[in-house]
Ligand binder design. Structure first.
Ligand SMILES: [Fe+2]
Length: 193
C-alpha cells in the first residue's frame, strides 16, 4: 500500500520576511503583558487585545516549550527601533516586543495593543500585523499575523505573496465571560514541531 498524506494533516503556517525592525537589544516586556513596562507607570495607548493560539505540528500534535519572540508597531504604526523612520509618535509605555514559551499543550497567550498601519513605501501601507519568530524542537519559523476585516489586507504585498494568506489572518474568539477586550486566535503550524 502506498503511503499518502493524511487528510487531517494541517498546512504549515507560511513564512514571512523578518523585516527591518526585528528587536535587537530590546528589553522584552514583562511576562506576556506588553501593555505595561516594569517600573514605568502608565499603560500603552490604543486598543488592548489578547492574542492566543497553539503551536502545533502538521499532525496537530502540540509543540510544548516552543520559544516565541513577538514584536510589533505601536498603535500609531511606529516601532521602537532605530531603523524606523516613520514620523508617527513613539509610546513611552510600549516597547513592542516579548519573549515567551508555549505551555504543555502548545498554548501561548499575550496581552498587547492592536498595532497601527504604517507606510512601507510611497504607494504601500502595511496593514496592522504582528511579527512572530518561533523556535520549535526541530525548526524555526518566521511569520506575521494579520487582523480580520482589515481593508489594507487585500492589497498587502507580503500577505498576498503567501501561498495561503488565509492561514496568516487571526480568528476572532467569542468573548463569553472573557475580559472586555478583543481576543483573537492565531494557531501556528510547524512542519515537524
Ligand atoms: Fe512590521
Amino acid at each position: 500500500m502506498i503511503a499518502s498524506t493524511n487528510s487531517t494533516d494541517r498546512d504549515r503556517t507560511p513564512d514571512q520576511i523578518l523585516g527591518p525592525y526585528f528587536p535587537v537589544g530590546c528589553t522584552p516586556a514583562k511576562k506576556d503583558d506588553m501593555t505595561t513596562i516594569e517600573g514605568v507607570d502608565g499603560v500603552a495607548q490604543g486598543e488592548i487585545i489578547e492574542i492566543t493560539g497553539r503551536i502545533l505540528n502538521r499532525h496537530g500534535v502540540p509543540v510544548h516549550g516552543a520559544g516565541l519572540t513577538i514584536w510589533q508597531a505601536n498603535t500609531f504604526g511606529r516601532y521602537a527601533h532605530s531603523n524606523d523612520s516613520n514620523p508617527a509618535p513613539l509610546d513611552p509605555n510600549f516597547v513592542g516586543c516579548v519573549d515567551i514559551r508555549s505551555d504543555d499543550d502548545g498554548t501561548y497567550r499575550i496581552k498587547t495593543v492592536k498595532p497601527g498601519a504604517y507606510p512601507a513605501g510611497p504607494d504601500w501601507m502595511r496593514p496592522p500585523h504582528i511579527h512572530f519568530e518561533i523556535h520549535g524542537q526541530f525548526e524555526r519559523l518566521i511569520t506575521q499575523m494579520y487582523f480580520p476585516d482589515e481593508p489594507l489586507n487585500a492589497c498587502d504585498r507580503l500577505l498576498n505573496a503567501a501561498l495561503r494568506p488565509d492561514l496568516l489572518v487571526a480568528t476572532p474568539v467569542p468573548l463569553g465571560n472573557r475580559p472586555h477586550h478583543r481576543v483573537l486566535n492565531f494557531d501556528i503550524v510547524l512542519a515537524r514541531g
